[in-house]
Design a protein around this ligand. Structure first.
Ligand SMILES: [Ca+2]
Length: 340
């Protein structure tokens, strides 16, 4: 999660990997000096001595946090490979099982926030395999490592203080505050800032427990989507077939002014009504005409005109707020379609 949560990646300015023993020792010394200054700032921000001592004293950087920072799969593989791997039989069948098992709760949450349950399931399934893999890294340690790193230090320093706030508010115990190397936490992979802004205590026990409580997990995902403009009267988009002059069509419908929002939108066409796409020869996968609803859509061909092609609607932009990558957002959509 939540994009809230992910960012495009540039060159790594600094790395703990591949250093000599001497260099590593110096780096760790620098880290300890940096950590002392961080503790002073935490005290100034009003965190208790006890929390600072427990959470920050003796902390050591995670070499793998920075190593992983260079290899986010959404940005490296072709869409087809990325998507096929994630739309596995296991993920689809487990999702259908979860839909049955948690059907009542999913419906209740879906109604409360205005999000179709199949999308909550899809995010849950893609982010953490339905809560089976939420990440085993200590969040404070991951965030401290990345906050110390020069490249995106200020961003992660803020997230580190947000994480301390979550501990201070008592939503989770320090030893249970686990997640990804990049600081994404719990079954929906929320960054601490998204947690503070959007996580929900749906079961009403006083804690926003996105690690263990299904009600809180589902409601937090749904609330995130609601906050970023989800419309439950619409779907995300659809896979389509392009006419023979596909290459020309893509060139002709290229957007003039890039759409605002995440960078992934730059790989989309201009926004046109479905009726116009229909006139241009775009068809459903079964070659039928597009639905006659009054909706605007953009065309995107993540692997080029010879690969799979998609029209995307407003909700697709909301999915991108969770993770700014077309391959990810399309895969969420395709997975949700399996749960209809
Ligand atoms: Ca709760």
């Amino acid at each position: 999660m939540k994009l809230l949560k992910r960012f495009s990646l540039g060159a790594v300015a600094f790395s703990l990997c591949g250093l000599s023993h001497v260099a590593l020792a110096e780096q760790q010394q620098d880290f300890q000096t940096w950590l002392e200054a961080l503790k002073v700032e935490a005290k100034q921000k009003g965190f208790s001595d006890q929390l600072i001592e427990e959470a920050l004293t003796g902390l050591k950087p995670y070499p793998k946090a920075i190593k992983s920072d260079r290899a986010q799969p959404e940005f490296k593989r072709t869409f087809k490979r990325y998507s096929t791997k994630r739309l596995s039989d296991w993920r689809i069948n487990t999702g259908l099982k979860m839909k049955k098992e948690h059907g009542e709760l999913l419906e209740k949450v879906g109604k409360a926030y205005g999000v179709q349950p199949r999308f909550i399931l899809a995010f849950w399934g893609l982010e953490t395999n339905y809560g089976n893999y939420t990440g085993n890294n200590d969040i404070i340690r991951s965030l401290a490592t990345l906050a110390y790193d020069k490249r995106r230090g200020p961003y992660f320093r803020k997230e580190l203080f947000n994480a301390l706030t979550i501990l201070k508010e008592g939503h989770i115990k320090l030893e249970d505050m686990k997640g990804s190397w990049s600081g994404a936490m719990g079954q929906g992979q929320f960054m601490p800032s998204s947690f503070l802004q959007l996580a929900q205590d749906f079961d009403g026990d006083g804690r926003k427990d996105i690690w263990h409580t299904h009600a809180d997990v589902f409601a937090s995902i749904a609330n995130y989507l609601k906050h970023y403009g989800w419309n439950d009267q619409q779907t995300w988009g659809r896979q389509i077939t392009l006419p023979e002059n596909a290459k020309q069509l893509v060139a002709d419908t290229k957007q003039v002014t890039p759409e605002k929002g995440c960078r992934a939108l730059r790989a989309h066409s201009e926004k046109l009504p479905l009726s116009q796409w229909n006139e241009l020869g775009v068809r459903r996968l079964n070659n039928a005409e597009l639905p006659t609803v009054n909706l605007k859509a953009t065309l995107t061909v993540p692997d080029g005109v010879n690969g799979d092609a998609f029209l995307t609607y407003g909700n697709f932009r909301t999915i991108l707020r969770y993770n700014c990558a077309n391959s990810y957002a399309i895969t969420v959509g395709l997975l949700s379609d399996k749960f209809k």
